[in-house]
Design a protein around this ligand. Structure first.
Ligand SMILES: [Zn+2]
Length: 431
């Protein structure tokens, strides 16, 4: 199959392209980038008014497969990812059983192949069963294709264990991704400690519970030399630690979610919407502003969704017992386009960096570039297309979006994965 994307504004800072061009896709690769290319039998895709980016990557999603397929499967998760404009996702290992061996990494990759939509790049657990007690089978998982390692869902409580994880993982040229949470400080915590916990009369999850572990792990990265990545950062002080670590030349990176960028604890006070219950929790308005600044100034490396599907009965209940997390794959790009990629604020180049180029580097994937010979893993963005976030809009099996009811302008119209059109004019194309 061949496609000619005609008259599209291609943006890729890796090759210095920021121009209106034609892009010819043949087989799995980009055959040519240039002006007035001949279609020569290729299916023509109208790129006028649209932007073409290296395929978007979300390096933090939960697909619940195996173990909790009633929430999401690799197939339904891949549909949601495709609908949201992604060519690649990294799945977190807190499945049941925990993804802590090579065969389980292989299972996820095989399921993704069968679904035939996006690339799934599973992360392996750092510790066996994510119990924080003994190393998982890191080498075995690398051999089967593990993209990175994390005990996400939990902080690794023992500093000694985390040091061992970093020393070991760094030998395989992989990144340690950490959910930073000191559990002795966050026991029973369900909202940000401070105004939210006081007004709502609920147990607080303090900023310090996150910041202390970020600080500890940065110091462990300093002595081990391990590439260390902070998952879903949410506090201004935590971000400041990352900023200083980068200034010190340490191999430290971090990611943020759209909900920590565009929502804050005050949104809960008004609504009690359990889709706003997250871990880490929504922080203060000042924290969210600091996150947006971090995206613009380069301290934050990636946008991730922490896509966390839950069934209706797990959210339609009292705040204290509702599950943590929200789905995000289908609102991430629209939220970034509506709130950040606006004149005078953020460039399309920066969007390409934080949603495609940086996560690919951290997952040790081959770069995708808008030039001939590169893999045709591409996202076509229509900045004018309007998204109404309703349960019907979501391809995910779960509908627990924190942004239900929003109307956003701008989203992916088409996605190409290995030269196959997996999203065509906004519709997911089953293989
Ligand atoms: Zn987490």
């Amino acid at each position: 199959m061949a496609y000619l994307i005609r008259g599209v504004h291609a943006v890729d800072p890796q090759v210095g392209i920021d121009d209106v061009v034609d892009v010819l896709i043949e087989g799995k690769c980009i055959a040519e980038v240039g002006q007035d290319l001949s279609a020569d039998g290729a299916t023509v895709v109208d790129g006028q008014g649209k932007y073409l980016l290296p395929g978007l990557v979300d390096m933090h999603v939960h697909f619940r497969d195996p173990g909790f397929e009633y929430k999401e499967t690799i197939e339904t998760g891949a549909r949601a990812a495709t609908h949201g404009g992604f060519t690649d996702v990294a799945t977190m290992p807190n499945t049941m059983p925990v993804t802590d061996s090579g065969s389980q990494i292989r299972y996820q990759i095989d399921q993704a192949h069968a679904a035939g939509l996006c690339h799934v790049r599973p992360m392996g657990a750092l510790t066996a069963g994510q119990k924080g007690e003994a190393l998982a089978e890191i080498g075995d998982m690398v051999l089967e294709g593990a993209s990175a390692f994390s005990d996400d869902g939990h902080g690794v409580q023992s500093a000694g264990m985390m040091r061992t994880c970093m020393e070991y993982v760094s030998q395989f040229d992989r990144v340690v991704c950490a959910h930073c949470e000191v559990e002795s400080l966050t026991t029973n915590g369900v909202v940000n400690e401070g105004r939210a916990s006081t007004r709502l009369g609920m147990f607080g999850w303090p900023a310090l519970g996150e910041e202390l572990e970020i600080m500890r792990d940065i110091e462990l990265a300093r002595i081990t030399g391990c590439d260390f990545h902070v998952c879903h950062i949410s506090t201004a002080r935590g971000l400041e630690y990352v900023r200083r670590a980068k200034a010190d030349g340490l191999p430290v990176t971090c990611e943020v979610t759209p909900h920590h960028l565009f929502l804050c604890e005050d949104d809960i006070t008004d609504s009690y919407d359990t889709n706003l219950k997250m871990n880490p929790p929504l922080r203060t308005a000042a924290d969210a502003a600091a996150m947006r600044e971090g995206v613009l100034d380069g301290t934050i490396d990636c946008i991730v969704t922490d896509h966390a599907p839950h069934a209706a009965h797990e959210k339609d209940c009292e705040w204290e017992i509702a599950y943590f997390g929200c789905v995000g794959l289908e609102t991430s790009l629209p939220l970034m386009l509506a709130n950040m990629v606006i004149p005078g604020k953020m460039s399309w180049q920066r969007l390409a960096e934080i949603m495609a180029i940086n996560p690919r580097r951290l997952l040790r994937l081959k770069p995708v570039r808008i030039e001939s010979g590169s893999a045709a893993d591409l996202t076509l963005v229509d900045p004018e297309r309007v998204v109404r976030v309703t349960p019907e809009y979501l391809e995910s099996k779960s509908k627990n979006s924190a942004f239900l009811g929003y109307t956003l302008k701008g989203c992916a119209s088409d996605v190409f994965v290995d030269g196959r059109r997996t999203l065509a004019d906004g519709k997911v194309v089953a293989s």
